[in-house]
Design a protein around this ligand. Structure first.
Ligand code: NAD
Length: 359
């Protein structure tokens, strides 16, 4: 069977790591038909939109996409294509495993964590009011009327939105994932002591949902404490479920524990659709240098193969990647902190993984 996949190369280092990943996926022997899709600045120039409708149609049709990172201008310019994709397609869950591979320059040995991040709500609601606008002034008046607080006229606002239904959906996802993958515990991460009506709602829903999964242990942690605990005692944790921003930050922290962003895969999921991408961004300063680690996207490719039911090929590809890391010869600079001058390039990593798949 040939799998139809939407392939989004992205920008910055995206096209290089996407090409390396496409090559290793094809070397597993699984048949793919790739449907190429442009987003971001390149799409703006060609189609007049950073997220053209045909891209969304392609993903809805194929149900699975493999995506390189896409640059978002900081502070101004167009809104994030990544957030746009997740929202337009209802990809409410972001799954980010962090696992130690022997040979990687890890901070902590034997880490095996999965971050389940709520992907649509929270502080990424996209609802913002710019300083000095009529809308911001109306909001300032509303707050004064309803709470008595006088906010400065020089304030800008980003709305944090947490719904009961969104919280239930993501916590259920985390428990179902834990059950299906023989995980023992789910930890809900929040700041409910301060944010009583948003994180407080998330936590109370999490406690309720946990009752339906008596076979899985449940606990909660305040996000700041969680960060410290993950650095000191990651072995105490298993599946973490968190609102959007905390999930984003925690998954980079977990990536740091196991060797960095070059080894951090991710999947954006709804009940029907899936986009597999690296946790990291487009690292613009490395564009076109054949330098960065393609393994985060390759490991996302392993997740994609499992999602497609190609379990044996997924296991073989993961073993091949792990073998290249363990050997430590054909790895990029981030996995060779002692001798970065001897590091391999992006495409050589793909060659080494393919050589192992063939042997
Ligand atoms: P980044 O993740 O692109 O890079 C941060 C640093 O991490 C890099 O400078 C590099 O040192 C290291 N790094 C990242 N990927 C690596 C790899 N594969 N191999 C080795 N080292 C790697 O973060 P940033 O610089 O904050 O963001 C750059 C752009 O990417 C921004 O426009 C941001 O909005 C965007 N972004 C996109 C996505 C996405 O497409 N899903 C995710 C995060 C950030």
């Amino acid at each position: 069977m040939t799998h139809q996949i939407t392939l989004i190369p992205g920008d910055g280092i995206g096209p290089e790591i996407t090409e390396a990943t496409r090559r290793v996926l094809e070397a597993t022997g699984v048949a793919f038909h790739w449907e190429l899709a442009l987003v971001g600045e390149a799409a703006q120039d060609k189609f007049g939109s950073v997220l053209p409708e045909p891209v969304l149609q392609s993903i809805r049709k194929n149900k699975v996409a493999l995506k390189g990172p896409v640059t978002t201008p900081v502070g101004s310019g167009f809104r994030s294509v990544n957030v746009g994709l997740r929202k337009s397609l209802g990809l409410y869950a972001c799954l980010r495993p962090a696992k130690t591979y022997p040979g990687a320059p890890v901070v902590r040995k034997e880490v095996d964590l999965v971050v389940v991040r709520e992907n649509i709500e929270g502080l990424y609601s996209g609802i913002e009011f710019k300083k000095g606008t009529t809308e911001a002034a109306r909001l300032i008046d509303f707050v004064a009327e309803t709470s008595g607080d006088r906010l400065g006229k020089d304030s800008g606002f980003s709305l944090k939105v947490i719904s009961e239904s969104g919280s239930r959906r993501i916590v259920k996802f985390a428990f179902k994932y834990a059950r299906a993958n023989q995980r023992r515990k789910v930890t809900a991460v929040h700041k409910a002591n301060i944010l009583k009506f948003s994180d407080g709602l998330f936590l109370s829903v999490a406690r309720e949902v946990a009752k339906d999964y008596p076979d899985i242990e449940f606990e909660d942690r305040i996000v700041d404490n969680m960060c410290m605990q993950l650095v000191q005692k990651p072995e105490l944790y298993d599946v973490l479920v968190a609102p959007n921003l905390y999930g984003d930050i925690l998954s980079d922290l977990c990536a740091g524990l196991v060797g960095g962003l070059g080894l951090a895969p991710s999947a954006n999921l709804s009940d029907e659709l899936a986009i597999f991408e690296a946790t990291h961004g487009s690292a613009p300063k490395y564009t076109g240098l054949n330098k960065v680690n393609p393994m985060s996207l390759m490991l996302s490719g392993v997740m994609m193969l499992r999602h497609l039911g190609e379990k044996e090929s997924a296991d073989r590809l993961e073993t091949a990647i792990a073998g290249v890391i363990a050997e430590g010869k054909h790895v990029t600079y981030d996995l060779k902190p002692e001798a970065p001058g001897e590091a391999a390039g992006t495409s050589q990593v793909a060659d080494a993984v393919i050589a192992r798949l063939g042997s």
